[in-house]
Design a protein around this ligand. Sequence first.
Ligand SMILES: Cc1cc2nc3c(=O)[nH]c(=O)nc-3n(C[C@H](O)[C@H](O)[C@H](O)COP(=O)(O)OP(=O)(O)OC[C@H]3O[C@@H](n4cnc5c(N)ncnc54)[C@H](O)[C@@H]3O)c2cc1C
Ligand SMILES: NC(=O)c1ccc[n+]([C@@H]2O[C@H](COP(=O)([O-])OP(=O)(O)OC[C@H]3O[C@@H](n4cnc5c(N)ncnc54)[C@H](OP(=O)(O)O)[C@@H]3O)[C@@H](O)[C@H]2O)c1
Length: 498
Amino acid sequence: MSKKTCIIGAGFSGISTANVFKQYGFEVQVYEKEKEAGGVWASCRRYPGLGTQNTRDTYHLSDLAPLKSHPEWPKGEQVQEYFEEYINQQKLRPLIKFNTTVISTKQESDDTWIVESKSEDGVIHTEKFDYLVICNGIFSTPSIPKYKGIEEFVENGGRVCHTSEFTNKEDARGKDIIVIGFGKSSCDVANAIAPITNKLTQVARSVVWKLPKYVFGVNFKYLFLTRMGENLMKYKTLSGFAKFLHGPGVGVRNFLLNRVEGFVGRKLKLKKLPKLQPEKSFEAIATSNISLYTDGHFDKIRSGEINFEKSEIIKLEPKKAYLKNGQVIDTDIIICGTGWQQVVPFMEERLQEKLYDENGDYLLYKNQIPIGIKNMSFNGYHSSFFCPTSSEIGALWIAEYFTKGFILPLDDKLRKDTDERLAWSKERTNGKNSRGTNIIPFTFHHIDDLCEDMGTNLSTFERFNQWNLPPSPLAYNKIIKSKIKIFKEERSKYYFAS
Ligand SMILES: Cc1cc2nc3c(=O)[nH]c(=O)nc-3n(C[C@H](O)[C@H](O)[C@H](O)COP(=O)(O)OP(=O)(O)OC[C@H]3O[C@@H](n4cnc5c(N)ncnc54)[C@H](O)[C@@H]3O)c2cc1C
Ligand SMILES: NC(=O)c1ccc[n+]([C@@H]2O[C@H](COP(=O)([O-])OP(=O)(O)OC[C@H]3O[C@@H](n4cnc5c(N)ncnc54)[C@H](OP(=O)(O)O)[C@@H]3O)[C@@H](O)[C@H]2O)c1
């Protein structure tokens, strides 16, 4: 008997889930609301200047090495090119319904799922599934502030949009533009369009540390995309060398971070730009989102090509923005790099209630499964340092869980563990934990944890190497293939017969 799985979204999480589930023998249907796969990297969401923060060797899936023609830091369209190549190579295209938005998911009394989707022509389709995996992206639905006066501003020809909606650079030519925020999206967009605007003002209410691609001449991947880099930050439990680093060796750890902070300050010439000097120490870089420095950005602020205001908009009037610091800025377009909402609008209300705790954080055990809802999982609800790999191992964990490769504790225990993790993440990030989905910088811990549930991991030698080398997604391929092989040999016949 076949088991049907519905996957919502064709970004890295959806595509990796589809590929793993296909190999397990599930019948897979992926719904993607856009005309192409790629999610964050699709042309409809690519702002000018978008590229990866990861180096190419740490940002790909385990069945396909990065494309040789791509540079160390691929551009947005190159990641999309990789996607196309991957989908074709793994023969996933027939599994994806493009231009099709999932509008509702309802669970029947026998725990199956009824999924309603709307295609481009407006026709609504209904299909029944055994399993549901939500991969709709935690950085997929924009969050835009509701400024006072916004309607009048727009009625008079002004435009307010999110960075992910500002996909045509030429729209900026000759215009007065405000970019809001100091995250990676805002800094990239401001830097990319400033040269063709009439005037560009970047308005940020707070500034955070930015990390140059090279630190002391060394590619940042050897410093921060390694187990050593991750363990410089304090995880919720400490063991092995991490215990030393945060115990007797804390002086060494502080020395290393202070040295990096000193380097970054000098490299970005922060003394000459006091308004860009973060208030917190460098290690705060790991509290919510690590952000690579956008090459040339601070130079443009220094030269006046970008007017930087550490402030926020208090109201809009036609063609004008009023800032809290008293400045009034002429503006045609306001581009908000103001982050994202983590929402599942298609989920029935009855089940939505089970999804969140009293703070509105997702009650997902190990960032994957909702407690008390059967035959359903999330993938990608863990913003990490190398998302394709965490999503691929996430997909394997879900397939193993659904096919009873391991059994989880009872719901009470899942809830207790999840509450503890959420409380820790809220405290660690000062509340900026993207509704509990933020695991940065602890990607190795997250992946190890999922692997431990499945009774597998890379060899001790390979993990030891990851203390000073970035992870190769290719190394995880053998874990995935071996789990699939075991399933096929030992459980598949009984599982699909039931
Ligand atoms: C601009 C940007 C750059 C990033 N760069 C990096 C990086 O360099 N390194 C890194 O590790 N991480 C990075 N990230 C994090 C990034 O989110 C992940 O790396 C990864 O691409 C996310 O994949 P995903 O599949 O989980 O989500 P997404 O890529 O957001 O994909 C979700 C998909 O679901 C679809 N969808 C949503 N709702 C529906 C619906 N109702 N019906 C049908 N389809 C639906 C969307 O159209 C989308 O295609 C970046 C994030 C952003 C926003
Ligand atoms: N590969 C890449 O190059 C790349 C590019 C873009 C994004 N990303 C990743 O994608 C994720 C999201 O990044 P992002 O830059 O889109 O968003 P982000 O990191 O969440 O940054 C949001 C910014 O908007 C500000 N902000 C939020 N709400 C605001 C409001 N109401 N008024 C004024 N300012 C407000 C925040 O300020 P406060 O800090 O004061 O709240 C912050 O500066 C991150 O993990 C990032 O690393 C990667």
